[in-house]
Design a binder for this molecule. Sequence first.
Ligand code: PMP
Length: 305
Amino acid sequence: MKEAKYIWMDGKFVAWNDANIHVLSHSLHYGNAAIEGTKAYKTKDGYAIFKLKEHTKRLLQSSKMTLLNVPYSEEELNEAQIELVRKNKFDGENVYLRPIVYLGYGVMGLYHKNAPVQTAIAAWEWGAYLGEEGLQKGIRLKISSFTRPSNRSTMGKAKASANYLNSQMAKYEAVEAGYDEALLLDDEGYVAEASGACFFMVRDGVLITPPNDNSLESITQKTVIEIAQKMGIVVLRRKITREEIYIADEAFLTGTAAEITPVREVDSRMLGAKGRGAITEAIQSAYFDIVFGRNPDYKHHLTYV
Ligand code: PMP
């Protein structure tokens, strides 16, 4: 990874290499932490963070769900992220921001009420999550042998570190099998989400994405639905089964890091478009116009630093 100069830790800017924690930090052992993934784009007017407020709000909501009492307000966390991007004086690629709320050192055992809640934000330059080539030609997707955990046992709407063990296992399995990304089904066999992104497919000109019954409430998914509807594309939110994807005309993944990544193949079945389809390309192009500040209708979603 590309190092930056500073990391924000509990209200202070700390040199990148000094941003360390104790090996007995509670979160490291029992997995309770809440994270965000936010992106600052290098626009022609300098770096701008896309949907900063929405991401910070979700961080606080994830923390509430997982019983982490964050000692900072939404406004304080927004300000810290803006200041962090400023202070690091980035001048290369787009920047990824990773706020994390975690439990520090001092308490062992599962009951975490008295463990100190700590907050940190890192930011570094990071290119396309699924590769530049993936953005143009599309990626190969594998339906995972791992199921997204049931709503009875975990909380998929929390962007909780613990949920990423399931994602990590699915991603590893897919990549080792020669694919680029994993798509996870829920415990009833319907599409939930990819290991770190949302799923969309196109059939007969209609854009279809599953409801968030068993997935994160994705900020990019919401943006994409809005873009498509403004283009006059019919958008359906309904359950999807695997065999429907095999005969889809187009498919793509969305996420802050994944942006709009076309899917060209799923489980050895080439999709109709055989690459980046026309609807995918139009949505991808509109998305990049928005995040790079080229669409005045969406300027209010950008926080220039
Ligand atoms: N699902 C999962 C499991 C994710 O990790 C992400 C990335 N945060 C997404 C969906 C997409 O969410 P967003 O568009 O808010 O980045």
